[in-house]
Design a protein around this ligand. Structure first.
Ligand SMILES: C[S@@+](CC[C@H](N)C(=O)[O-])C[C@H]1O[C@@H](n2cnc3c(N)ncnc32)[C@H](O)[C@@H]1O
Length: 311
C-alpha cells in the first residue's frame, strides 16, 4: 500500500501540541530530533540526507505524519493548517510543511537507520534486536534487547533515558513495580535487569501490549512481567514500591493522586514525558498529594521527576 507522508519542520517547543493533535487525525506520527538526524548523518553519511537536505532542519524537530492512500490528503492538510492557525505555537511563520508518497515498507523500517546500540545511565546497553549478534558486551553491561516496532520506546528519547537513569538509582532487589504506558516495554525490562521481580506493564494501546510482550520474551523475562491493558492507575488495586510512567504532562497529572495512594511507604513515583514549561505545575500537584520531590532531571526540554512517598 502507498502512504501519504507529510513532513512538518518546527521548533521543539511545539512537539507536545503537534503530537497530541496529529495522533488524533493520522495513522502514524514519528518525531525526529535534529540532534539524532545530525548524528545519523555524521555517523552513516546518511543517503537520505544527501538526497533531500531541505527536509532536514538544522535545528529542532521534523514531524512525519502518515495517512494511508484512502485519505484525501488535501483535507488532512487543511486540518493541519487550521490547527496551526488556531493554536498558540512558537515561531509559526517558520513552520514548513512538505508532502510526498512512500511505500509502507519504507516508513515501517525508516527509523531503523537511526537506531543503533548505545549506553544509557551507568550500565544499560540498549541493543536493537537485529544488531545483537554483532555487539561487544562488557560484563558490567545490563543489556536491553529491543525491537520497538511501531511502539514508542527505543530508549534514545530523553524521556525514556531519564527514567532508566532514575531506575538505576532506586530499584532494589525484589521491588514490586508497575510500568504505566509501557510502550515497547523498555522500562519494565530495565527494572527487571536491576532486580525487580514483581512487575506489571500496562498500556491503553493494544499494539504496545503486543510489542512489549515480544520484547519481554526476547529478554527472557516474559514469565516475570504481567502485561495488561489499563487506563493509567484508575482500576489498580495492588500496592507498589515503584510506579514509573513516561507519558505526557497532562496525563501524568491525572495519575498523581492514585500513584500516592497505591505506593508503599518509601515508595517512589518516577514521572517523565513532562515538558519543562509544565514542570512546576506537576511538582506542585505532587507536593499537594503528599510526595517529597527528591530529584528532577532535565534533558532536551524534557523533565523527569523522582517523587518519594513518606508517611
Ligand atoms: C511516551 S510512550 C512511553 C513508552 C515507554 N514506557 C518509554 O518510556 O519509552 C507513552 C505510552 O503511554 C501509553 N499511554 C498513553 N495514555 C495512556 C493511558 N491513559 N493509560 C495507559 N497508557 C497510556 C501510550 O500508548 C504509549 O505507549
Amino acid at each position: 500500500m502507498k502512504w501519504h507522508e507529510v513532513s512538518i519542520s518546527t521548533k521543539e517547543e511545539n512537539e507536545e501540541q503537534f503530537s497530541i493533535f496529529l495522533n488524533t487525525i493520522a495513522k502514524g506520527v514519528s518525531i525526529e530530533h535534529s540532534v539524532d538526524i545530525l548524528k545519523a548523518k555524521t555517523e552513516d553519511f546518511d543517503e537520505k540526507f544527501r538526497l533531500n537536505p531541505k527536509d532536514y532542519p538544522d535545528s529542532d524537530i521534523r514531524i512525519l505524519v502518515y495517512f494511508d492512500e484512502t485519505y484525501n490528503i488535501d483535507e488532512q492538510l487543511d486540518k493541519i493548517k487550521k490547527f496551526i492557525e488556531e493554536t498558540p505555537l512558537a515561531e509559526k511563520e517558520e513552520i514548513e510543511i512538505n508532502t510526498g508518497i512512500i511505500d509502507e515498507m519504507d516508513w515501517e523500517n525508516e527509523w531503523k537507520k537511526y537506531f543503533h546500540n548505545f549506553k544509557v545511565g551507568r550500565n544499560f546497553l540498549i541493543v536493537p534486536s537485529w544488531e545483537y549478534a554483532d555487539v561487544d558486551i562488557a560484563d558490567s553491561d545490563k543489556v536491553i534487547k529491543i525491537d520497538p516496532g511501531m511502539a514508542f520506546g527505543t530508549g534514545d528519547h530523553a524521556t525514556t533515558s531519564l527514567c532508566l537513569t532514575f531506575l538505576e538509582d532506586i530499584i532494589k532487589p525484589d521491588d514490586k513495580v508497575i510500568d504505566v504506558g509501557t510502550g515497547s516495554g523498555i522500562l519494565s525490562i530495565g527494572a527487571y535487569l536491576l532486580g525487580a521481580r514483581d512487575i506489571k506493564a500496562t498500556d491503553i494501546d493494544e499494539l504496545s501490549l503486543q510489542v512489549s510482550k515480544e520484547n519481554f520474551a526476547l529478554n527472557d523475562c516474559g514469565k516475570d512481567i504481567a502485561v495488561m491493558p489499563a487506563d493509567l492507575l484508575k482500576d489498580e488495586t495492588e500496592n507498589y514500591d515503584v510506579i514509573v510512567a513516561n507519558i505526557l504532562a497532562h496525563i501524568i497529572d491525572d495519575m498523581i493522586d492514585d500513584a500516592y495512594k497505591l505506593l508503599n511507604n518509601n515508595g517512589r513515583f518516577i514521572a517523565s514525558g513532562i515538558i519543562v514549561e509544565k514542570r512546576d505545575d506537576i511538582i506542585a500537584h505532587m507536593k499537594q498529594a503528599g510526595f517529597s520531590i527528591t530529584d528532577v532531571l532535565e534533558e532536551e526540554g524534557w523533565v523527569a521527576i523522582s517523587a518519594l512517598k513518606v508517611a
